[in-house]
Design a protein around this ligand. Sequence first.
Ligand code: PLP
Length: 404
Amino acid sequence: MYDVAEVRKDFPILGREVYGKPLVYLDNAATVQKPRQVVEAMSEEYYNVNANVHRGVHFLSQQATELHEAARETVRRFLNARSTAEIVFTRGTTESINLVAACFGEAFMREGDEVIVSEMEHHANIVSWQLLQARKGIRLRVIPVDDRGQLRMDEYERLFNERTRIVSVTHVSNVLGTVNPVRRIVDVAHAHGVPVLIDGAQSTPHFAVDVQSLGCDFFAFSGHKVYGPTGIGVLYGKEEWLDRLPPYMGGGEMIGHVSFEHTTFADLPLKFEAGTPDYVASTGLARALDYVSGLGMDAIQAHERDLTRYALDRLREIPGMRILGEADDHDAVVSFLVGNIHHLDMGTLLDRLGIAVRTGHHCAEPLMRRFGVEGTVRASFALYNTRAEIDALADGIVRVSRMF
Ligand code: PLP
């Protein structure tokens, strides 16, 4: 039995009020709140262990290094990667995608070569490739989205040609909640001999991910969206790919030997980790992954899917409601507009009722254009949300609508 009341006790912030109203936090796709266990693990490390990793012979440095490398093993287990050599710590999904675009682009793409992305990508998975476009003259090909917010898989297959070098798509849309058929996407790409990068920013918090069964070549996610701290994320890459990529940044930790004539690089994964890593954040991330694994990713998914269905049902009852994203496989994100009410007005007035939602383009302007809107209101759910909070949202929307 999933006991959401018990779970909420781990998140002190959920007990606070805003404008004298109980906080209803529904901006989880942007970032989630942190359980006590994560914050405490990080405080404990700062108070009792802190020392720079990988360099020192002294006790604390070795203990900090052990924690940092144990965290890498926790991430490996969470993703079911083959080896910790395949787990690179970055600052987040954005940096992980930029790393692949820069390094893969450097090694394997030339003018006229193509990357396939989709119309529902976050800007992180568009602009990173556009930077490469500006540098090397590569081209972006775009998988269109249908009216229900699903990828047009027939069009996807037609985008491949002899210049296609990589596919880079999101696992779950941060706007529509659509869960993309990643295994099929990978199979089609591999049939053309093309590797695939999956943006897992919006999947890792909500359901179990197994990179080996997905078959993807790269996978990116952010710590702060999966109950860990800000400033840390992960790039998973198959060893055979990471081995063939040049380093991303130069500096300490990522080298073998350095001379002015010739420098060699460290083995994986340190080749991609120049400079002092955020070794306290890695501990926090590991604690967060242990936390969600302890609750059970399947139990979290069942709870959140129930909330999503309930929210869709409640919101559909509201006059003038337009929901963007009606995919069959719909995760814990609901985007909407009501009548002619501007998304910003709706968000601002809901905030006054204590309800935190996100408004705007959600870093997905091409998708907004696809649906002919400038922005939406987005409610997104986490493992600690309740049906009562969805009721508060629905009642709040009705109240705001009556004011217009
Ligand atoms: N990709 C998707 C689908 C996202 O939802 C986000 C964040 O909202 C990102 C990438 C970027 O994540 P970060 O800002 O943590 O790097």
